[in-house]
Ligand binder design. Structure first.
Ligand SMILES: NC(=O)c1ccc[n+]([C@@H]2O[C@H](COP(=O)([O-])OP(=O)(O)OC[C@H]3O[C@@H](n4cnc5c(N)ncnc54)[C@H](OP(=O)(O)O)[C@@H]3O)[C@@H](O)[C@H]2O)c1
Length: 299
């Protein structure tokens, strides 16, 4: 658990749920396996189109007495077409209806960009969207609010005017995109960094990056993994959590869901942390290319 700046706590490993393609029932199954494996933090978003199944899984496990709602930390996110202040509360209410929950633990602005119905840049100020986010807390619909994909300047500007401070910034961090500067900045501002795509190029899901995937074969990383009888993926997740970063790895595979949370019975040495760090090539798996020409594109 890591402490948030409002006193609530966030479990350091969460289950990611984004998939480009899924069979019916696959999200529900993954979340159910996750809860049984010990995950208490689930990461979804309105744009993943899976809140209904994710909610079914959560409510099934509550009904079965495996967990209570209070045991769980559920995150969802505001999509880019609902950034107008008046749209934020209705958007979260829609998510809660799909999730069949009364509140989420964390509501995030998914991207610092806003789009109109034609997919064009709407350029809504973050301060405006944030007033809507603050209302979700006042109404008890979200316990905490935060941002995602914000750069340091955007976070800084928001912190200056926010009445309720963002508790996290969720962005891509992994051994090939180590993001030390932004991680340090978040920590300095008492904002917890949350790593999405934490497996980065280690994941088998990213064949398009062939040629940059030395991390999958480099013997040094293999030796570290062998030493602790862990996989390369587990070493990557341990590296992030040892840096004080929350991770939300996604898997639809039962054994990997279990593997990705089984990372707390070993500690990487300082030397090993440096080796994992040395794979950094500032490669972004999720560049948000569709928003490249938007005023508030963060990267
Ligand atoms: N805020 C944002 O803008 C944003 C952007 C991207 C992602 N996210 C969140 O972050 C979560 C994680 O990111 P991600 O899904 O892009 O990437 P990821 O978690 O780094 O990688 C997921 C992929 O890796 C595979 N995998 C999982 N565990 C593995 C293991 N132990 N060994 C080898 N391969 C493994 C999975 O395959 P199988 O499923 O086949 O097992 C899946 O294809 C998302 O699901 C979502 O919740 C947020």
């Amino acid at each position: 658990m890591l402490k948030l700046n409002n006193g609530f706590e966030i479990p350091i490993v969460g289950l990611g749920t984004y998939a480009r393609k899924a069979e019916p029932g696959q999200y529900r199954q993954a979340v159910e396996w996750g809860i049984v494996a010990g995950y208490r933090h689930i990461d979804t978003a309105s744009c993943y189109n899976n809140e209904k199944e994710v909610g079914e899984a959560i409510n099934n496990k509550i009904k079965q007495g495996i967990v209570t709602r209070e045991d769980l930390f559920i995150t969802t996110k505001l999509w880019n077409d609902r950034h107008a202040e008046k749209d934020v509360v209705p958007a979260l209410k829609e998510s809660l209806t799909k999730l069949n929950l009364n509140y989420v633990d964390l509501y995030l602005i998914h991207w610092p960009v806003s789009v109109n119905e034609n997919g064009e840049d709407e350029g809504i100020e973050h301060a405006e969207t944030w007033r809507g986010m603050e209302k979700t807390v006042e109404l008890g619909l979200a316990r905490s609010i935060g941002v995602s994909n914000f750069n340091a300047q955007q976070l800084d500007r928001l912190m200056a005017t926010a009445t309720i401070k963002p508790v996290v910034n969720q962005f891509e961090i992994n051994p090939t995109l180590t993001e030390h500067e932004l991680v340090n900045y978040c920590k300095k501002m008492s904002v917890v960094p949350v790593a999405y795509t934490p497996l980065g190029l280690i994941s088998e899901a990213r064949p398009e990056f062939i040629g940059k995937d030395i991390i999958k074969t480099d013997p040094k990383l293999g030796q570290i993994a062998d030493k602790y009888r862990k996989s390369r993926a587990q070493v990557a997740l341990r590296y992030l959590t040892q840096r004080g970063i929350v991770v939300v790895p996604k898997s639809f595979t039962k054994s990997r869901i279990e593997e990705n949370i089984n990372i707390f019975d070993f500690d990487l040495t300082e030397e090993e942390m440096k080796i994992v760090d040395s794979y950094n090539i500032n490669h972004r798996c999720v560049p948000g290319a569709a928003f490249k020409n938007f005023k508030n594109y963060p990267f």
